[in-house]
Design a protein around this ligand. Structure first.
Ligand code: FEO
Length: 395
């Protein structure tokens, strides 16, 4: 699809894959975006995931016919964008790889591309395609250490690798309209929290670095091309990477026989009655969203209070809940308020251990929590009182 006089989108949608990175559900699919910049010379910016060769070549051929591709710009080496590098080198034998020094061992290790097959660029370097100039900016850890972005000076266009990306397949017209940001916002937060969430600091560094650059168009590797919604998209990334949250409660839980689940549901009803914004996730993935930890991480980047429910299991935390807590820690999330609850049968351990994990992450643990024996009842686990506590404590 033609985006401007010089730029074509030649990427693909993946509606078949169940789990991105083998972990994260894709109920709305995902796109692997790739772009051609066409002048006297032609540059291809990133490739798509292996398995889409025929469609990819057809898209390229529709854009440039039988012209050769001169350069393949490798912004990011994760295989969802790089796994057709060898294929493209075979298909276009004159093609020269353009990449930065940190990419070299990955190119060799993944695809046996030798350093002398690569035109190496460093931060601030340019590449002329004729009347068109590409400038390269290193943005390490957004999302891998070798990641760079490419800026097309004449069109103020940023080929941003994963930055500003989102889950969700794209329409045939990939360029946004006024409504696109709201349509993708939840999936963009889920994408950020699941994939890039650990790297808030590097994202902030990259945003500051790019603040001096005029950006009229963002071509990410996932999701729509941003033109009209740029301000919203950049503001969201800024907010997420500063770990800024809103008033509200994230309830996460795991349950073996429904007792901890009943307590979680009771708390949700009490919060609802008090008008407190909340989200609730069964971490075994059995609730409405079916997105388990993936959806819960999204909401951990949204709300300032986290409530975790877990039965005691083998004298420990129920495994999906423990895994979620470790996922928060891995993303360096701090500064949340925290409350724990859960059932036990003969010895309570989960609530105490959850509180310890929360304290280790520098969360504010609001109380000792509620561990209740065997079946749930209002008398054993007073969620009205917990909701009062949370509603009173929420900033
Ligand atoms: Fe879409 Fe980090 O790759």
């Amino acid at each position: 699809m033609r985006i401007s006089d010089r730029i074509y989108s030649v990427g693909v949608n993946d509606d078949e894959k169940d789990l991105f990175e083998g972990l994260w559900p894709l109920p709305f699919g995902v796109s692997y975006n790739s772009y051609l910049v066409v002048d006297e010379k032609i540059a291809l910016v990133d490739t798509v995931e292996a398995g889409f060769e025929e469609e990819y070549l057809s898209n390229i051929s529709e854009a440039i016919g039988d012209r050769a591709i001169d350069y393949l710009i490798v912004n990011h080496m994760e295989p969802d964008h790089s796994s057709l590098i060898s294929y493209m080198m075979q298909t276009y034998p004159e093609l020269k790889i353009v990449a930065n020094p940190k990419t070299l061992p990955m190119l060799k290790g993944y695809y046996n591309v030798e350093p002398d097959q690569v035109h190496v660029v460093n931060d601030g370097d340019t590449l002329s395609l004729g009347g068109t100039t590409l400038r390269f900016h290193m943005v390490p850890m957004v999302h891998w250490p070798e990641t760079m972005v490419t800026y097309l000076e004449e069109e103020h266009t940023l080929f941003s690798a994963d930055a500003f990306g989102t889950f969700g397949a794209v329409a045939e017209d990939i360029v946004d309209n006024e409504d696109t940001f709201e349509q993708y916002k939840d999936e963009m937060i889920r994408y950020y929290s699941n994939i890039v969430g650990k790297y808030g600091g590097p994202v902030q560094t990259a945003l500051k670095k790019l603040a001096a650059v005029q950006i009229d168009r963002i071509c990410s590797t996932h999701g729509p091309v941003w033109e009209k919604c740029i301000a919203d998209v950049v503001a969201l990334y800024d907010k997420l990477s500063r770990y800024e949250v809103e008033r509200g409660v994230l309830i996460v839980y795991g349950s073996m026989y429904g007792n901890t689940a009943a307590a979680a549901d009771a708390l949700a009803m009490e919060l609802e009655a008090r008008g407190v914004p909340y989200a609730i996730h069964d971490l075994a993935g059995n609730n409405e969203s079916g997105m388990g930890i993936s959806g819960a991480l999204r909401d951990a980047f949204k709300y300032d209070t986290i409530v975790a429910g877990s039965p005691t299991y083998n004298a420990n935390i129920f495994p999906p809940v423990e895994s979620f807590m470790r996922s928060l820690s891995a993303r360096m999330i701090k500064g949340r308020r925290f409350f724990a609850f859960g059932s036990y049968t003969w010895a309570a351990a989960s609530v105490r251990l959850l509180n310890k994990m929360a304290a280790d992450m520098e969360f504010e643990v609001l109380s000792d929590g509620v561990a209740f024996p065997q079946a749930y009842s209002k008398e054993k686990c007073d969620m009205a009182a917990v909701a009062d506590l949370l509603a009173g404590e929420i900033r």
